[in-house]
Ligand binder design. Structure first.
Ligand SMILES: [Zn+2]
Length: 357
């Protein structure tokens, strides 16, 4: 190797080392940290940022996340923005859950998605606790990030009047992965040990499960609802089989809730007020024991709360017919029954809110 060539090689090695150092700095959030401290000096930092600073980004190094492509990293780690109308979920309205590309945490539900005509997926609500907010360093916009891994999602806007909630989460498609309804979601990666997501399940049957789900999924603290069958003896029943009345199953709704935001009694009270618990083996026009009123409890507390509430209703003169039984296997219903009213734009025909307590 002659001298000239050796010098040239050394020059290339030097450039490569510089590029590696630069990549490492971007990856560890070096630039982001500087940007945040600028905002802080100017007194523009939000509560959510203060909170996130107690959980510094450098901690991410110990956590393992999905590997990102260069395009994904540009948006997710370096707060870039994909070109409008280019993302795969812009005009996409399948039923399911949108999870974080980086850590798999569930972020948005399809029923909260709407067409914002802006070129990016728009949602008017997030899955409770899934998204944190951060006022941009220039103080003009509010960034939204995955609450679990701080992946950049996009920005949030209010007061535009698109939907009743008057809120638009403008999210980069590339920051998310869509999981169709009914699929098992992958495990969340790098979930913080300090804030484990504790959830509790409850099972209610009160006539046609479409109506019970319609009201229950709108309650505060509810993370998800699924309709299915419980209380019978047939394995993996179909809707058709349940409608024959021979399976013993009741049309049942599974609700997953966040006990730090609501509690079982609140949901059980709602259940007794969204259907008529005095009807026997029917609910409104729907007749048959699959439409019976039932509470399937998963622990002693749920059982006691249910019995207490039934006692209160009986004291008010209501002849409550609700069955109280230990939860058995829950058989998820066919996909077309899930989120039925939200998907079809109708409202329940035999459920409505009646104050009873
Ligand atoms: Zn994440």
């Amino acid at each position: 190797m002659d001298l000239n060539e050796s010098l040239k090689n050394r020059g290339i090695t030097g450039i490569m080392i510089m590029l590696l150092v630069l990549a490492a700095l971007i990856f560890t959030g070096f630039f982001r940290t500087n940007k945040q401290s600028v905002g802080k000096d100017r007194g523009e930092i939000s509560d959510s940022v203060r909170h996130s600073q107690t959980n510094p980004i450098s901690k991410d190094k110990a956590m393992k996340y999905n590997e990102l492509s260069p395009d994904e990293a540009r948006v997710i780690l370096n707060k870039g923005t994909e070109r409008p109308f280019s993302g795969k979920y812009d005009k996409f309205y399948e039923k399911g859950t949108y999870i974080c590309r980086r850590c798999n945490a569930p972020l948005y539900r399809s029923q909260d998605k709407f067409d914002g005509h802006c070129g990016w997926p728009s949602f008017d609500d997030e899955i409770p606790g899934a998204v944190k907010r951060n006022v941009d360093a220039d103080g003009s916009r509010t960034e939204i990030l995955c609450a679990n891994c701080s992946a950049h999602l996009g920005h949030i806007f209010t007061g535009e009047g698109f939907t009743e909630k008057n809120t638009r989460h403008c999210v980069n498609s590339i920051s998310m992965v869509f999981a169709p309804a009914g699929t098992t979601l992958p495990a969340i990666m790098g979930a913080s040990q300090e804030t484990p997501v504790k959830t509790e399940k409850a099972y209610f049957a009160g006539g046609c499960f479409w109506g019970v789900e319609y009201y229950m999924q709108k309650a505060d603290g509810v993370i998800s609802t699924t309709v299915g069958y419980m209380g019978g003896h047939t394995q993996n029943p179909t809707y058709k089989q349940v409608c024959t009345g021979k399976t013993g199953h009741a049309e049942t709704m599974e609700v997953v809730f966040d006990p730090s935001k609501t509690n079982y009694e609140t949901l059980a009270r709602l259940f007794f007020e969204l259907h008529d618990p005095t009807q026997v083996n029917r609910q409104g026009p729907d007749v048959g024991d699959q439409y019976r009123s039932a509470v399937f409890y998963v622990n002693e507390n749920q059982k006691q709360v249910t019995q207490k509430l039934i006692g209160l209703l009986k004291d008010k003169g209501l002849n409550v017919a609700t069955e109280v039984a230990a939860a058995g296997a829950f058989w998820k219903a066919e996909d077309y029954h899930q989120d039925y009213y939200d998907n079809n734009g109708h409202t329940p025909y035999c459920h409505g809110y009646t104050k009873r307590f």
